[in-house]
Ligand binder design. Structure first.
Ligand code: CAP
Ligand code: MG
Length: 455
């Protein structure tokens, strides 16, 4: 109707536009309402995620509006999904504050997701230009230095989330940590919803956990860590918790994605200043990453988090209890671990992405995994990964230390076999069963969980 913006004719649709090397590019999956033209809908996404409002405003001409307008330059039908289109949109770098995920996301996933002409909208992927990547710190520690600090090479790292999720006292919680670390794991981890509850205040947790870490290090001669979750309501509280973790000698702290992008970036800077590894639990992500036609792909969150500067990120398991298919999960792992991601549509990577020497981010596989899947996990996820078995350690019939030993022996057997040139995927079952002949905890783990598969 008169007075309402037609985005397509106002410069937000430019099919001849060639994105500049310095442009930020986004690929959205656009599902317009019935009767809305897909090009107009895609141009509207460009408009609403950059300079536009619902009508033309006089003040546009006081700006370099041609430069600041985002330009939709390509609209392709989504294969096998009638009614949905991939829209490619380029943004001038000057639209964004350097080094700020909050600023980037306020434009790209701001108002536009509630826009009435759209039935659904999903941010599938982004190409972040090198000039922009360079304005971010990147992972505070990175995979290489983490391995050096821990003195652990040539194999995935092993961890466990303390269970039950809620209700243990500090002292009993510390016992779980000690048993798991002494039994052979490298890390234990607080759960995403462990903060400072009446049953265990945070200082109790930190004190008992670090006592357990120190005892386990003394008992095994290995470096051990426990991700102390410092997530708290305000930055003041969070810094206090992080400082206390440091004072107690912890090598790693943990935060939850729900604290938000500015807080994550602040904690990443704190981690770098304080030589601390920073673990990010992606709590909450599946509220907006899971649906195929609406929300934000986890690959975008993984990219943002590599920029933001965390050192660990939960990135899926494929074989565990939580949603995730092999090819897209590979794409998330590529984003974390490669220096340069070539465009690879089968992994869900829509663009070439250079990481401009930002450190690599250690992916974490967690959620319903157990020792009997070790060969599959190694094959799917490779070596630079933390494999985390919560129930798969603490639910072991012989106890927690035995559960940890089962996981460590399964992993070492698999790595040994692989280094000896065996096909660990094809022969995985046999390798595990052989190792179990001389390791009762592994035998019991295999017997207990052999039929557990979430696929
Ligand atoms: C795993 C876990 C983790 C999820 C997170 C849980 O416990 O502690 O939070 O794995 O998912 O609460 O389920 P188990 P993701 O090892 O006992 O399953 O890694 O996909 O973000
Ligand atoms: Mg958890």
């Amino acid at each position: 109707s008169a007075g309402v913006m037609e985005y397509r004719t106002m410069g937000y649709w430019q099919p001849d536009y060639e994105p500049k090397d310095t442009d930020v590019i986004a690929c959205f999956r656009v599902t317009p309402q019935e009767g809305v033209d897909p090009v107009e809908a895609s141009a509207a996404v460009a408009g609403e995620s950059s300079t536009a409002t619902w009508t033309v405003v006089w003040t546009d001409r006081l700006t370099a509006c041609e430069k600041y307008r985002a330009k939709c330059y390509r609209v392709d039908p989504v294969p096998n999904a009638p009614g949905s289109w991939f829209a490619f949109i380029a943004y001038d770098l000057d639209l964004f504050e350097p080094g700020s995920i909050a600023n980037l996301s306020a434009s790209i996933i701001g108002n536009v997701f509630g826009f009435k002409p759209l039935k659904a909208l999903r941010l599938e992927d982004m190409r972040l230009p090198v000039a922009y990547v360079k304005t971010f710190q990147g992972p505070a520690t990175g995979i290489v230095v983490e391995r050096e600090r821990l003195d652990k090479f040539g194999r995935p790292l092993l961890g466990a989330t303390v269970k039950p999720k809620l209700g243990l006292s500090g002292r009993n919680y510390g016992r779980v940590v000690y048993e798991a670390l002494k039994g052979g794991l490298d890390f234990t981890k607080d759960d995403e919803n462990i903060n400072s509850q009446p049953f265990m205040h945070w200082r109790e947790r930190f004190l008992y956990c670090m006592e357990a870490v120190n005892l386990a290090q003394a008992a095994t001669g290995e470096i051990k860590g426990t991700y102390l979750n410092v997530t708290a309501a305000t930055m003041e509280d969070m810094y206090e918790r992080a400082e206390f973790a440091k004072e107690l000698g912890s090598c790693i702290i943990m935060i939850d994605l729900v604290i938000g992008y500015t807080a994550i970036q602040s904690m990443a800077k704190w981690a770098r200043r304080n030589d601390m590894i920073l673990h990010l639990h992606r709590a909450g992500h599946s509220t907006y990453t899971r649906q195929k036609n609406h929300g934000v792909s986890f690959r975008v969150i993984a990219k943002w988090m590599r920029l933001a500067g965390v050192d660990h990120i939960h990135a899926g398991t494929v074989v565990g209890k939580l949603e995730g298919d092999p090819m897209t999960t590979r794409g998330y792992y590529d984003i974390c671990r490669e220096d340069h991601n070539p465009q690879q549509l089968e992994h869900g990577l829509f663009f070439d992405q250079s990481w401009a020497s930002l450190n690599k981010l250690m992916p974490v596989a967690s959620g319903g995994i157990h020792a009997g899947q070790m060969h599959q996990l190694l094959d799917l996820l490779g070596e630079d990964v933390v494999l985390q078995f919560g129930g798969g350690t603490i639910g072991h019939p012989m106890g927690i230390a035995a559960g940890a030993t089962a996981n460590r022996v399964a992993l070492e057997a698999m790595i040994f076999a692989r280094n000896a040139g065996r096909d660990t995927l094809a022969e995985g079952q046999e390798i595990l069963e052989d190792a179990a002949k001389t390791c009762l905890p592994l035998k019991q783990a295999l017997d207990t969980w052999k039929d557990v598969s979430f696929n």
